[in-house]
Design a protein around this ligand. Sequence first.
Ligand code: IPE
Ligand code: IPE
Ligand code: MG
Length: 244
Amino acid sequence: MNNKNTLEIDLENVPTHIAIIMDGNGRWAKARFLPRTAGHVAGVEAIRDIVKKCSSLGVKYLTLYAFSTENWNRPKLEVDTLMNLLAKYLRNEAKELHSNNVKVNAIGFTDKLPAKCRVELAKIEDLTKDNTGVNLNLALNYGARADISSAIVKIVNGCKDGSIDIDEIDENTLKNYLSTKSIPDPDLVIRTSGEQRLSNFLLWEVAYAEFYFTSIHWPDFKPEELEKAILAYQGRDRRFGGLK
Ligand code: IPE
Ligand code: IPE
Ligand code: MG
């Protein structure tokens, strides 16, 4: 408890699951006359303190949108840089994440990532699999539409081979075939850098999430900014379609 915001946060009403669209690395770099790559390096740095802050506040799930199914459309050099940074992040942070009791898990079509990323992911998931602290979900080659489509294909195949009864299909059936099946829906979605859109992130799961947008670029999103987002969340009235 070292500053005012921390004192104001109601620790009994911290979001269980925070999902963040980490946007604005490129604009952060541009504002400093640096190459976009420098923005991505700074963006990776920002992750460490946010994970720690989530640990100390008791946030159970943190999902970070790191690479979308549409991000392959960027220049090859930028994609290569992002993949190299990802592999390096996973390699360099594994020990500290593990010592902080963080459990790392990837969502998205990770089989399409370069081998070096897949190897590091498998290692860190295995290393941290029994940890009981923050669940850090990394959305990598993730796209909600592709995730939903792939779930539907699996369900249709299940109907064809008789393992799924068509009359039994409901919302939970679909949820169970999404890559987020073992993660509760986000309570709070944060997007940095000013854009107010989802960019194909967790479309099914955010049905009743609260949204928080800030103009701060991701590399400048410090723990104090997370506190502001949580305070805003705590001021919201979540009705889920019912009445008070
Ligand atoms: C977010 O920053 C990182 C990824 C999408 C991988 P951007 O690279 O999108 O930064 P801007 O939006 O161009 O500033
Ligand atoms: C969303 O950001 C994806 C990630 C943060 C990984 P983008 O920068 O790719 O989204 P758009 O293109 O502005 O919608
Ligand atoms: Mg962007």
